[in-house]
Design a binder for this molecule. Structure first.
Ligand code: TYM
Length: 333
């Protein structure tokens, strides 16, 4: 039987290789399986949990849609829409915030990381953001959620919220309890400058990530400058464990080539980084340049992108408003 897929990406600009290998590449595979029903959401409500320039946000919403399509998601097959335009998301998030417990949210490590030392100044939205994420998922009878490793804890919270709602209102199976789809290897792509930090759009140095809009020279330059150690490449996966930068780069290569780590290590063991980096750059250019060229082309077709969102929102709204009406009934409104 096919899966019901839901996932989201924030339109905060600078979508990067981590987003692609950790999430979007899987969206494409799931989209291509005819049995699956997929919903891919541009989560603009999540984006405003930190300050956004309105004009940039509007462009970034379109750029995220362009990235989905340029990567190979078919808007005729999958629903692509932006969260703010389907009001059921905000409504369900409020109701579910009355189901979720403070203690559960207090454990969320991503909030702690993002809020940093000054939690008092973080927005309330940044704190309750995983509840909105749960609403996104639960409105669509989702069975599977493809995400990178950093979203695992949020998905566990979503499962807890679903189960508590079903229990509290004695309505078994009202919310389906979704399964995460997180790849075993390569689910966390690290910074090119520090193998212990996640590749991220908020990292200040652009050299730390490959953006999906980078050109060939930028990609080659960033890989040349990527941090490594001084040893040649190892012979076994175990030897990689203490070499985070080497592990990350070989991981990226493997994921691009659809090989497991072991196979890539065999290919490069004993060789030095300069030789490996050349092959890695080549693989990246082959994969990313067609996507980046297509994104740039699509960004000139604003009406086309807006039409995709409009159609997607209509389809999403049909599903989500029905579910939220049922939630109203159950809760007693
Ligand atoms: P966001 O926008 O931060 O990231 C989008 C997707 O990219 C993955 N990702 C990575 N994977 C591997 N390595 C990395 N360095 C890396 N950086 C990002 C993320 O895991 C994610 O899958 N809260 C979510 C968006 C969201 C959502 C949802 C996801 C909102 N509602 C419902 C699934 C279902 C977020 O901020 O992702």
């Amino acid at each position: 039987m096919g899966k019901k897929i839901f996932s989201g990406v924030q339109p905060t600009g600078n979508l990067h290789l981590g987003n692609y290998l950790g999430a979007i590449k899987n969206f494409v595979d799931l989209n291509n399986d005819l049995d699956n029903e997929c919903v891919f959401c541009v989560v603009d409500l999540h984006a405003i949990t930190v300050n956004q320039d309105p004009k940039e946000l509007r462009n970034n919403i379109r750029e995220t849609v362009a990235t989905f399509i340029a990567s190979g998601i078919d808007p005729e097959k999958s629903i692509i829409f932006n969260q703010s335009k389907v009001s059921a998301h905000s409504e369900a998030a409020w109701i579910l915030s009355c189901v979720a417990r403070m203690g559960w949210l207090n454990r969320m490590t991503q909030f702690k990381e993002k809020a940093g030392n000054d939690k008092e100044k973080a927005s309330v939205g940044l704190y309750s953001y995983p509840v909105l994420m749960a609403a996104d998922i639960l409105l669509y009878e989702t069975t599977h959620v493809p995400v990178g490793d950093d979203q695992k804890q949020h998905l566990e919270l979503c499962r807890d919220i679903a189960q508590k709602f079903n229990n509290d209102f004695k309505f078994e199976d009202f919310f389906k309890v979704p399964e995460p789809l997180i790849q075993k290897e390569f689910s966390r792509i690290m910074s090119l400058k520090d193998g212990s930090k996640k590749m991220s759009k908020s990292e200040s140095s652009d050299l730390s990530r490959i953006n999906l809009t980078d050109d060939k020279d930028q990609i080659i330059n960033k890989i040349k400058k990527a941090k490594t150690d001084t040893l040649p490449l190892p012979e076994t996966v175990a030897e990689l464990e203490k070499r985070p930068e080497a592990k990350n780069l070989i991981g990226i290569y493997s994921s691009l080539a659809n090989k497991n780590l072991e196979k890539s290590i065999k290919e490069f063991s004993g060789k030095n980084f300069s030789e490996f980096k050349e092959k890695l750059s080549q693989a990246l250019v082959e994969k990313i340049i067609p996507i980046s060229t297509e994104i740039k082309k699509l960004l000139n077709e604003k009406e086309y992108l807006d039409t995709i969102l409009l159609k997607g929102c209509e389809k999403a709204d049909k599903i989500a408003s029905k579910k939220v009406n049922k939630i109203h009934e159950i809760v007693g409104f």
